[in-house]
Write a protein that binds this ligand. Structure first.
Ligand code: 5GP
Length: 119
């Protein structure tokens, strides 16, 4: 939790267009894109396009509000498109907290009762 933001993290590269991604939705503040190693069908990641927050401790309240709205929009789109039985919002902070990419992100993970959890 105590390092600096690395501008060469993989999500920063995605935002700069240096690494490809499958975009679900974006506006001036937020990008939602498919997780390349999905834990279920329709696993989406939601990130800020402007903030250099690595985690929840660092994020500006306005950015967090935009991310929350984007999560809800994503969850509604997933609900309509895939009709899951439920879904999870996940967010990890610090390597000890399971975080592997140090650009703040929220996971939107659809779940089905008859499909085993992959993670
Ligand atoms: P966390 O840091 O919360 O543990 O998760 C990082 C997430 O980013 C993982 O679910 C992983 O599959 C995803 N991820 C890692 N590298 C890439 C990438 O290059 N493209 C995409 N779309 N997702 C990635």
């Amino acid at each position: 939790l105590h390092a600096a933001y690395d501008p060469d993290n993989i999500f920063a590269k995605i935002l700069r267009g240096e690494v490809p991604s499958v975009k679900v939705w974006e506006d001036d503040a937020v990008l939602a894109f498919m997780d390349v190693f999905p834990q279920s069908e329709g696993h989406v990641l939601v990130i800020s396009k402007t903030s250099r927050a690595r985690n929840l401790l660092e994020v500006e309240p306005e950015t967090l509000a935009r991310l929350a709205a984007a999560m809800q929009r994503t969850a509604r789109a997933v609900e309509k498109a895939l009709r899951p039985d439920g879904f999870q919002i996940m967010q990890f902070n610090g390597a000890a907290g399971g975080q592997t990419v140090f650009h703040l992100h929220f996971h939107v993970i659809p779940r089905w009762t008859d499909r085993p959890l992959k993670g």
